[in-house]
Design a protein. Structure first.
Length: 254
């Protein structure tokens, strides 16, 4: 353990008031002093007790050292990230422009951003760190990712046999998202694009198809069961010449 160090210095001063002491002694942490009159001026014998940490800390304004892009968050999951700055303490923090994602807050004394973000966003905002000697601001970004959530509902718009068909499945969540059929099958002649979620092709047979699709990204997956009916256009089979009718007689032909 470091021991106290006793320091004596003698000065000639016009006053022995603390505010008139030499600055180097004030900054070192003066504990007491003695004075004697010498030719109309004070002869000051200053006693300083120099303990570790008693010397005045540097008077430094803040400098934010946190990187521009904060670690990403996940919607619906707890998040915590503490901003960092050098400089004399205490330092207080504030958001001066833009805003944090809904569900997140900035702790002013600690610089901690915490909470549970509610939705997928890409936030850009400016923070300021302030102490007794100045302030510093910096623009930061925070991405809130989200797992997929399929918005398409069943049934899908109907298709016509032997006619081109195209339908895009709707999903929210962080890209990239991949698609797959994990149960059942599409109608013959149709296919699902794994990258875009587009069902297209030309169905070749009538019927109702029931199948389950899943959407997957780096943060999770979502599945839904869908149905798709393939119809056919009417085809008139009656011949062009109908049975003859007689004047004045009732007539019926299907």
């Amino acid at each position: 353990m470091l021991e106290p160090r006793i320091v004596y210095r003698t000065y000639l001063q016009d006053s022995c008031q603390p505010q008139h002491l030499p600055s180097d002694m004030r900054d070192a942490g003066i504990r007491s002093w003695k004075s004697g009159l010498a030719v109309g001026r004070y002869l000051l014998t200053l006693l300083a007790v120099a303990l570790p940490g008693l010397a005045q800390a540097p008077r430094t304004p803040p400098s934010i050292v946190t990187a521009l892009a904060l670690p990403a968050a996940l919607a619906g999951s707890p998040y915590s990230q503490t901003l960092a700055a050098t400089g004399s303490t205490p330092i207080t923090w504030s958001v001066t422009s833009g805003s944090l994602s809904a569900g997140l807050t900035l702790n002013k004394p600690t610089g901690a951003i915490s909470g549970t973000p509610a939705a997928m966003t890409g936030d850009i905002f400016r923070v300021r760190a302030t102490n007794a000697f100045g302030s510093n601001s910096k623009q930061l970004s925070l991405t809130v990712n989200a797992p997929p959530s399929i918005a398409t509902t069943s049934p899908l718009p109907a298709a016509l046999v032997n006619a081109p068909y195209l339908q895009t499945l709707e999903v929210s969540g962080s890209a990239p998202i991949t698609w797959a059929i994990i149960g059942g099958a599409l109608p013959a002649g149709l296919a699902l694009n794994a990258s875009t979620g587009v069902i297209n092709g030309t169905p070749t047979a009538l019927g109702v198809a029931t199948f389950t699709v899943t959407a997957t990204n780096a943060f999770g997956a979502s599945s839904v069961q869908l149905s798709l009916t393939v119809y056919a256009l009417p085809s008139i089979t009656t011949t062009s010449t109908l049975p003859a009718a007689q004047t004045g007689m009732a007539y019926s032909q299907t």
